[in-house]
Write a protein that binds this ligand. Structure first.
Ligand SMILES: Cc1cc2nc3c(=O)[nH]c(=O)nc-3n(C[C@H](O)[C@H](O)[C@H](O)COP(=O)(O)O)c2cc1C
Length: 343
């Protein structure tokens, strides 16, 4: 029996739920994008273009206009130093165009920012460059004690509204799990125009080098344990919003994909596992998913989506605070060691 792995996400019909998530080492190189396509990727989310890159570029151009005009002959010397920030904008658009020409995969571009502003206008250029959808990553770490939660939430909503007015593209919002009431925030984002939510942004915590006395931003890849946070929130939100849910964080095995689909994800984004094992890992994830479905008599991925969401699972309270007591009382060292298994 063959299994139908197809799913829909942001109005796109995808061959499977396995999507390459945003990370420059995965998506910057066109040959690698092709390798992902050959390995069966259903779509790819490009690495982000950052608000800071766009705004720095605007500053650079302003500087050039002001100072370059004073001395035409030497105008070229006023061009800003080529920097990561300066080249970002142009390169990003060119990358979308080149990727569009190279692969037939749906391409989801990614804009990454924290505050409403001119940078959101860039969404339109992304649309014109040929992206199939846009993922808006709102990655902020508010530390100002004067800033209220309500003000932060209003700002996040405002960014989504602004981007929505710029583009007709399907729009997903990748958000942080750290809201006072994530359900309410999710609903506001959908009302502001998000067609999908990506749960979650992964916050990279800096470490302290105790010998050099330096703060180091060294990045640790996820493990399958990280999947529990998106799993719970996807299960809680599934069926309650007019939006698709995408999982990001902790997808390393075919059974991880199964879990997240059961919770209610339409797609699962994979990054860490592909950084560790390369594009071929996608093909084995697909194989593991298909075999699991066959062995459990599912003919389609769609039958699985949401079957264990909070609304549909036998014990809805399992996803809520009530189970906190049960969880801490049920701890057994052997279970904890076995829970992870090979990955
Ligand atoms: C090296 C690296 C670069 C990343 N760059 C981006 C990025 O540009 N934009 C973004 O939204 N997420 C970025 N992420 C986060 C991933 O998209 C993803 O959310 C996170 O790695 C969790 O998924 P995983 O458990 O499959 O790794 C990056 C992650 C890594 C490891």
């Amino acid at each position: 029996m063959s299994v139908d792995l197809s799913t829909t996400y942001l109005g796109l019909t995808l061959r499977s739920p396995l999507v390459v998530g945003a990370a420059a080492p995965l998506t910057e190189d066109l040959d690698q994008l092709k390798a992902f396509e050959d390995a069966g990727a259903a779509a790819v989310v490009l690495h982000s273009l950052f608000e800071e890159q766009i705004e720095q570029e605007q500053l650079d151009l302003h500087h050039h206009a002001m100072h370059g005009a004073e001395s035409y002959g030497e105008a070229l010397s006023y061009l800003p130093e080529p920097s990561l920030f300066h080249v970002g904008h142009e390169l990003y658009l060119r990358h979308i165009e080149q990727a569009r020409a190279r692969v037939a995969l749906p391409i989801i571009a990614s804009l990454n920012g924290t505050s409403p502003g001119q940078w959101v206008r860039f969404a339109r250029q992304i649309e014109q460059a040929g992206a199939d959808a846009l993922e808006l990553n709102i990655y902020s770490l508010p530390t100002d004690p004067e800033l209220s939660s309500a003000a932060i939430e209003n700002q996040v909503e405002e960014i989504v509204r602004e981007v929505r007015t710029e583009v007709k593209l399907p729009l997903a919002v990748k958000l942080s799990p750290f809201f006072t009431n994530l359900s309410a925030m999710a609903r506001r984002l959908v009302e502001a125009g998000a067609d999908g939510l990506v749960l979650f942004n992964r916050f990279y915590q800096p470490d302290i080098d105790i010998e050099e006395l330096e703060v180091r931003p060294n990045l640790l890849l996820s493990t399958p344990h990280d999947l529990r946070l998106p799993l719970r929130w996807i299960a809680l939100l599934h069926g309650r919003l007019q939006a698709d849910l995408a999982a990001s964080g902790g997808v390393h095995r075919g059974t991880d994909v199964v879990r997240l689909l059961m919770a209610g994800a339409s797609i699962t984004q994979v990054v860490g596992s592909l950084l560790r094992h390369g594009p071929a890992r996608l093909a084995s994830l697909e194989e593991e998913l298909a075999v699991w479905l066959q062995e459990h008599d599912y003919a389609t991925v769609r039958e699985l989506v949401g079957c264990m969401s909070q609304q549909r699972c036998p014990n809805p309270s399992d996803y809520e605070r009530a189970q906190y007591m049960r969880a801490i009382q049920s701890y057994r060292p052997a279970d904890a060691a076995a829970a992870l298994g090979p990955w």
